[in-house]
Design a protein around this ligand. Sequence first.
Ligand code: CTP
Length: 429
Amino acid sequence: MARILLGVTGGIAAYKALEVVRLATKAGHAVRVVQTPASERFVGRASFAALTGAPVLLSEFERDPARGAFPDQPAPAHDPLSHLELVRNADAFLIAPASANTLAKLAHGLADNLLTSAALAATCPILVAPAMNDAMWANPATRVNLELLRERGVAVLEPATGALGSKGEWGTGRLREPAELLAAVEAVVPTGAPRPLDGLRVLVTAGGTREPIDSVRYVGNRSSGRMGFALADEAARRGATVTCVAANVALERNPAVEYVDVETAAQLGEACAERFGDCDLLLMAAAVADYRPARPVDDKLKKHAAALELALERTDDVLAGLAAARRPGQTIVGFAAEHGDGREAARDKLARKGLDAIVLNDVSRAEIGFDSPENEVTILTAAGERRVPRASKGEVAAAILDTVQEALIREEYKSGDGAPGAAGPRSAG
Ligand code: CTP
């Protein structure tokens, strides 16, 4: 159970904030709502008050009948300043929807209404869920404001792409779904029960790299990113802090996961190298190109000759490079896509690349593996093998993390060999 302060700003998506409150209270959280005056034109405070069972405030000058207390708290004897007391009591402050106007105010430290004053006074985690028209989202002013907020530790729950509020409009700017917003809040607040990967920092790679031939064509592969995203989701659900390096993945994003988008093997290598030192577990699910066009051209190739020969050169093996630079206490899991029974080839990769485990799947079968919602894998470690029968990629991700948790992280932790310390899994000790 957590105390969630929800800030609602003016936008059509304000109606979705009602569902956030409904889900949060159903999950046992205590919720208070503050609104900007503009948001009341979209959703009235009576609706939020009914769902939270607490007064809803719009102005810093109005008296709070609950005196800054959340529904699970007794009200204090004195009348506190509501914008200070509400954030002092809150475990997290979620602003959803966050309009471009409020984001700009937050970025510049303005405190011209109750919501922005409360945000300025907040020391709890702040999460903003922007929702706006796609042109406003793309505006350089909005981009800079969001960057400033991110730099200051505000979590930005990126809007989704789809139908927007105004009739017929489509683009990026849709508020994330209420369940996703709640999951993101729950990921940053103490919910009570410890989770198996609490405190663990996980780096996941997902998708398939694209190596340019010219300005419009590339050499790529059929990886959709589903397996990597399922691993990122599952690790976050288990309490880990997850960064996902995504190579050309067009799937829904989880607000509880941080994503770094890349296109090529070289970019993926750079993104991983920057973050690997800070991670405890690397799950290398991306299909990384082994070769790239040796001389990509900047403009578009013309079809003059009857045939075109493409010279390819080797890329760096990102996984092997990271494994060679690992520090004690880091766990590294690679993936091997093979045709048929690839156990011998996978064992060879496990040893050659210096991994703790390798997840093998048979890409000769159309019903599992690349771009399919299901998978069937064998997890190989130095200690043995575990076959995970055909199941959804979410279930396979859970099985992979079970194995990693039991066989690898615990071993590392128990051996005291570079124990993850404060960043280590709480339940592993
Ligand atoms: N990988 C990588 N960098 C590359 C190629 C692969 O990090 N340039 C990683 C993949 O993310 C995967 C693992 O290495 O986790 C296995 O990839 P694979 O291409 O199957 O292995 P290779 O050693 O390249 O062997 P093969 O000859 O079968 O291609």
